[in-house]
Design a protein around this ligand. Structure first.
Ligand SMILES: [Zn+2]
Length: 186
């Protein structure tokens, strides 16, 4: 979710179990944007793709893409690539197709729900990938929530995704609602 080219780690809290096609579509739309950048811009990107009267648009939102560390050669190559992506006029119909491939539908709400579902993997890590969802079994959720650091990505994801959940029951119902809403995408 934070690409390694942006300094993301390969820990369980940064991995999302994409299927291949939506994953490819995600990178076509967002190149190496982080989930934070996608989240902050998701409504304006959606509007550009779905409320545009033009037949072609450029993916100007990719201006936030960068490289975490690189030698000068790789850096130059990256910036050329980014520039060519941004300058290229892309067909709106194709962008809409890729968006639907990525999020499983064209509504902004659906994309927002999927992004929030992704955040559950930042918060809970591999426990989210467990098909039996033992995360909801006795005390597990409480234990997992107790292990979220006070700052950093996981705290960010918790705040954005679950807000100020006063009670454990409240958190639990928000998590399961989000899982239900995104179920048909996977
Ligand atoms: Zn990826």
């Amino acid at each position: 979710m934070i690409p390694s080219s942006r300094g993301g780690s390969s820990t369980q809290f940064n991995l999302f179990p994409w299927r291949q096609k939506p994953h490819q579509a995600w990178h076509f739309l967002f190149f190496n944007m982080t989930i934070v950048e996608v989240w902050e811009n998701i409504d304006s990107i959606h509007a550009k793709i779905f409320n545009s009267n033009a037949e072609v648009i450029s993916r100007d939102w990719l201006s936030v893409c960068s490289l975490h560390t690189a030698d000068i050669q790789r850096f130059l190559k990256f910036h050329n690539e980014r520039r060519s992506f941004m300058e290229k006029k892309e067909s709106v119909a194709k962008l809409q197709r890729e968006w639907m491939r990525c999020f499983g539908g064209e509504s902004l709400e659906r994309a927002v729900n999927l992004a929030r579902y992704m955040m559950l993997f930042i918060i809970f890590g591999e426990a989210m990938a467990d098909p039996e969802k033992k995360i909801f079994h006795n005390g597990n959720l409480q234990k997992l929530l107790g292990r979220i650091p006070d700052s950093g990505m996981r705290r960010w994801a918790f705040r954005e995704c679950l807000g100020s959940c006063e009670s454990l029951g409240n958190t639990k119902s928000k998590v399961s609602a989000l899982i239900d809403k995104t179920q048909d995408s996977f």
